[in-house]
Unconditional design. Structure first.
Length: 329
């Protein structure tokens, strides 16, 4: 498919914050916005906010009309260079039938977020060819400590066009940092897991697996032909659920030509282990002979990398030196 890359960010640009899933009002119950504002000022970026980001309903979200309006205004405003989501949630797929795809396609700009935002990002790719970025939310920038690697990977992806080679972080965290910024204990990272050795290159499709699967059978599912899948899931997905969701994705027409799979590090409470992941990958006949790399730095643990949905990447599942290189982003 033909894709469009948005202009990279530069100092002096304006970033619009929108809430396609959960409301900023929920996030501000643990308010770290001063840290966020300072970080963007240091990047030379100005933050502005959608008119409805603080609306909040019984589901910690807001009306479809409010969320669609904020997205449309962000894409239509020529002063906005990038769009950043407040946080994830459960409901961004509600917006898809009501979005003006011609407006979005005619005004390509960076859209960054992850988790539930996966539905919106892959739909944007499918309907417009615009490359978006699975990366930190507005809320993530409120992380006071142990944020340097997240920030470095983010700026490499959205400020620069040079290839970015991702390698394992030295430490990682799986904590509720927003509740207690003073009690954080990083653990040594055991590294990435070459489950099926080999190398592969392809167009990136992916993000949060269970959210991506919501698009199956709709006009918003991007093609999987020759794709490089980068997938992750959170604590709500235990091993059997992840196995079922992966099976479902690999049964989508076109998935038979997937070139490789990279799987993000799981949260501890998911119960996933290397042995279990290896077993569930071995149970997927369509992955036989395809490079598969596990435990990479994407997803719901920290740090996590920013990667382009719709861009091109090379997966190297070589034992001893695994890497993921973002070639076109």
């Amino acid at each position: 498919m033909n894709v469009t890359f948005p202009r990279k960010l530069r100092r002096g640009d304006t970033v619009r914050v929108v809430a396609p899933a959960s409301s900023r009002a929920m996030v501000l119950e643990n308010d770290h916005s001063a840290i966020t504002e300072r970080r963007f000022a240091e990047l030379g970026l100005t933050l502005t906010y959608g008119r409805h980001v603080d609306e909040r309903d019984a589901f910690d979200s807001s009306s479809v009309a409010s969320r669609v309006t904020d997205l449309h205004e962000a894409f239509a405003d020529p002063s906005v260079a990038a769009i950043l989501t407040v946080i994830g949630g459960y409901s961004s797929n509600q917006l898809l039938p009501f979005l003006d795809w011609e407006l979005i396609g005619a005004n390509p700009k960076i859209l960054c977020g992850y988790s539930d935002i996966t539905a919106l990002q892959n739909a944007v790719l499918a309907r417009t060819g615009l490359v978006t970025y699975s990366g930190p939310h507005w809320a993530t920038f409120g992380m006071r400590d142990h944020f340097e690697q997240i920030l470095g990977w983010f700026t490499a992806a959205v400020f620069d066009s040079a290839p970015v080679t991702l390698t394992p972080s030295e430490q990682w965290n799986d904590d509720l940092w927003w509740l207690d910024q003073d009690k954080r204990e990083p653990a040594p990272n055991e590294g990435w897991w070459p489950i099926h050795p080999g190398t592969a290159e392809g167009r990136v499709v992916g993000g949060n697996l269970c959210t991506l699967n919501l698009l199956q059978g709709t006009p918003y599912m991007p093609p999987l032909d020759d794709a490089l899948l980068i997938l992750e899931d959170d604590y709500e997905s235990h091993p059997a659920t992840f196995a079922r969701d992966l099976t479902s994705l690999l049964q989508v027409p076109g998935a038979e030509s997937v070139r490789g799979v990279a799987i993000g590090r799981f949260q501890r409470s998911s119960g996933m282990t290397r042995s279990l992941l290896e077993q569930l990958i071995a149970a997927q006949p369509s992955l036989a002979g395809i490079p598969v790399l596990g435990n990479i730095d994407v997803g719901h643990t920290y740090p996590f990398a920013t990667f382009p949905i719709g861009g091109r990447a090379r997966l190297d599942a070589t034992p001893g030196a695994p890497a993921l290189t973002l070639l076109d982003h």
